[in-house]
Design a protein around this ligand. Structure first.
Ligand code: HEM
Length: 331
């Protein structure tokens, strides 16, 4: 009987440094998600200027005398962000040192990660010195999301993955959905940084900003749901891709529910607003992860192991006919 097994291409073979650098990068992505939630908490608790100077807080590394919840949030946000800067420097060092074990693009992406973290630090400084100017606060969230997406893409691209070659155009659908959710997040940041909901409800100003965020729900929803449904209807899709597509659909529903609750309760419940920001970033992360894995699925089709006369197994490229068995599952 023919033994059909899915194998990675040779250049996808995991190596030790590649594996732990991937885990390190994904750990940084997880810390970024936490940092963004902390940033959101800092904003909704009106703690953005709780440390009036930068980079120190009240001229000290640890402002013991002035410490209260607001100072703690802003100070802890800065502390976590500084650790991210150190991790980014370490990542560049690791990637260049082990460059022979990594794909050619990896050291260059590590430099992009370092550039983004430095740029983010400069924006963070301006956020304080320019007294929370809305465009700078928005750019700060926009860069944080770019940084998060870069880390996730790099970490996922370095993970061992055995494609099934069945994802078709799903990577494009996921990429378009990710762009829509990214734009929607920037619109949300514009609402948050200008307190547009309050302004619109109290004196009918900035309603355009609020309405643009409400309208932005449509493309973000349509593209994410297209991905989920398309994934359901794709036979023999890799189980990880199937799970990610379902997860994206669920996060979208949760995100819309949180948005409606934030809106109806007029930002009275801070944890809801923080959750709205965090789930939005989580949804973006799932879409980016899907796009990268689906791209790898297409770029490195699976191989089939066939027994031959002189060697028990030999590998040949898998034909689409085998990749799409009628029962909808890989053989
Ligand atoms: C895919 C759907 C959505 C995404 C990705 C999204 C994303 C975001 C993001 C990233 C923020 C900025 C949060 C912050 O700066 O802390 C935000 C703010 C906001 N969003 Fe959404 N949102 C979505 C749907 C909705 C919906 C359906 C509503 C209401 C009907 C809504 C209402 C709000 C409000 C009121 C704010 C301002 C919160 C504040 O002032 O702190 N969002 N959104």
């Amino acid at each position: 009987m023919v033994d059909i097994t899915f194998y990675q291409r040779m250049d996808d073979k995991p190596s030790r440094p590649r594996e732990w650098i991937s885990r390190f990068v994904l750990g940084m992505a997880g810390e970024t998600l936490f940092l963004m939630a902390l940033g959101s908490a800092t904003r909704v608790m009106n703690a953005g200027l709780a440390c009036p100077d930068w980079p120190l807080c009240y001229g000290a590394l640890v402002p013991q005398k002035q410490m209260n919840l607001q100072v703690f949030l802003e100070w802890f946000h800065r502390l976590t962000a500084s650790s991210m800067g150190l991790f980014a420097i370490a990542l560049v060092g690791f990637c260049w040192w082990y460059r022979r074990n990594l794909p050619k693009w990896a050291p260059w992406i590590s430099l992009l990660v370092l550039f983004l973290v430095v740029f983010q630090g400069i924006l963070g400084a301006f956020t304080v010195t320019e007294l929370l100017r809305f465009d700078i606060v928005t750019a700060h969230l926009g860069t944080a999301l770019l940084f998060f997406m870069t880390l996730l893409s790099m970490g996922v691209a370095l993970q061992p993955y055995q494609g099934t070659g069945t994802a078709g155009k799903l990577h494009l659908v996921a990429a378009i959905a990710a762009i829509c959710v990214y734009i929607q997040s920037i619109l949300g940041a514009l609402v948050g940084s200008q307190w547009a909901l309050h302004q619109c409800l109290s004196d009918s100003t900035l309603c355009g900003v609020m309405h643009s965020h409400l309208a932005g729900v449509i493309p973000a929803t349509l593209t994410t749901l297209t991905l989920t449904v398309w994934a359901w209807r794709t036979p023999a899709l890799h189980p990880s891709l199937r799970r990610l597509a379902n997860f994206a659909g669920s996060l979208l529903v949760l995100q819309i529910a949180l948005g409606v609750a934030t809106f109806k309760l007029r930002l009275q419940v801070e944890p809801l607003t923080i959750a709205h920001q965090s789930i939005g970033a989580g949804l973006l992360g799932v879409l980016v992860t899907f796009a990268v894995l689906a791209f790898r699925d297409v770029a490195s089709p699976a191989t089939v192991i066939l027994p031959t006369a002189d060697s028990p197994i030999d590998s040949v490229s898998m034909s689409p006919a085998i990749a799409h068995p009628a029962d909808g599952h890989p053989a």
